[in-house]
Design a protein around this ligand. Structure first.
Ligand code: PEP
Ligand code: MN
Length: 347
């Protein structure tokens, strides 16, 4: 840590800071410039809380050299990528991109079966669908709960797919962890630290969505909560952040945030192209852009009859829309460093 003193800071003020540093067991090295003094703190391992120095007069600025968080940064992972391996050749974070697709909510046994049948026929291996839904309005459909979970379980089993489904609290986590191959923690729960700690204490891979008002640093802190409890299997998901009132879009995808995440952290990063758009016509274009950008996968909402969907219908693709999008994605996929993984040729 570097403590920069104000121009004109007195000898006594500098001495007070030096004594405070030594008082907590570190060493201080004063560098006197033409105008001001700078004090280098050393002997510490890791981050020092700067609030300890708030009471001292004469300090202009404090610059941290060590980072507050430990596990989330690439430099602390030996520079390597974390690979989240779900088995059966389904991997996040290698040189390919995955597609997670399915309805916003599991609405009935028939609809999730129909969707799984369709998606698996297109080679999609990751089936999404919420049984526990974190809705903005308490009057909106809240999901089928345990029943929904059993339906998606049966559908995934029948069509040999992996399950991505959301936990919203301690109870749903306890239910979902027995069924899900990947547990989604949604944007609204990104800073539910007690839930994140519980996710860190289990083995299931976690898909953590960035909150729509969260900075990248907020997201790092949330990831650290999971990592520090011992679960390294995390997929990060950018799903759009809020833009200002009065603009047409409700959210924008923070592409530069995605590249910072990919550079600074070691975790795979996917882009949810449905929740950012809220408009199904825009999903294919955004998906193409996301793939071209080089993320580790896409999440897309697909519904057998989107206009009748109980949640997020306007942004959900019909089977036909999904087919058209897949044709486009397939055309461009080979051009990029992370081509989409198709397990079966499209019919
Ligand atoms: C969802 O995936 O259906 C969902 C609720 O997403 P988000 O948390 O990104 O709003
Ligand atoms: Mn949704």
């Amino acid at each position: 840590m570097l403590i920069i003193m104000k121009i004109g800071a007195t000898k006594q003020q500098i001495l007070d800071v030096v004594q405070a540093i030594e008082g907590i067991g570190y060493q201080a090295k004063i560098s006197k410039g033409a105008q001001r003094s700078v004090i280098l703190v050393h002997g510490n391992i890791g981050y020092i809380d700067e609030s300890y120095f708030k009471k001292f007069m004469g300090i202009r600025d404090i610059i941290h050299i060590s980072k507050r968080l430990k596990l989330v940064y690439r430099e602390n992972n030996g520079g390597a990528d974390t690979i989240v391996d779900l088995g059966d050749n389904i991997v996040f974070g290698d040189r390919s991109a995955q597609i997670i697709a399915g309805p916003c909510s599991v609405e009935s046994r028939e609809m999730i079966m129909e969707t799984a049948d369709f998606l698996s026929s297109r080679g999609i291996k990751l089936l999404r669908g919420g049984a526990f839904k974190p809705r903005t309005s308490p009057y909106s459909f809240q999901g089928l709960g345990d029943k929904g979970l059993s339906y998606i379980h049966d559908a995934a089993k029948k069509y040999n797919m992996k399950i991505v489904t959301e936990a919203i609290d301690e109870y749903s986590l306890s239910q979902v962890m027995d069924v899900a191959d990947v547990i989604q923690i949604g944007a609204r729960n990104m800073q539910n630290y007690s839930l994140l700690k519980k996710c860190g204490a289990i083995k299931n891979p976690i898909l953590l969505k960035r909150g729509f008002t969260a900075s990248i640093d907020d997201l790092y802190a949330s990831l650290e909560y999971i990592l520090s409890e011992g679960n390294p299997n995390i997929i990060v998901c950018e799903r759009g952040i809020r833009v200002f009132e009065g603009t047409k879009q409700r959210s924008i995808i923070d592409f530069l945030g995605v590249s910072d995440l990919r550079e600074e952290s070691h975790l795979p990063v996917i882009i949810d192209t449905s929740h950012a758009t809220r408009e199904r016509a825009k999903v294919p274009g955004l998906s193409r852009a996301a793939l071209a950008f080089g993320c580790d996968g896409l999440m897309v909402e697909v519904h057998p009859d989107p206009d009748k969907a109980l949640s997020d219908g306007p942004q959900s693709l019909s089977f036909n829309d999904f087919d058209l999008m897949l044709i486009e994605l397939k055309k461009i996929s080979g051009l990029f460093s992370k081509p989409l993984k198709f397990y079966k040729e499209q019919k």
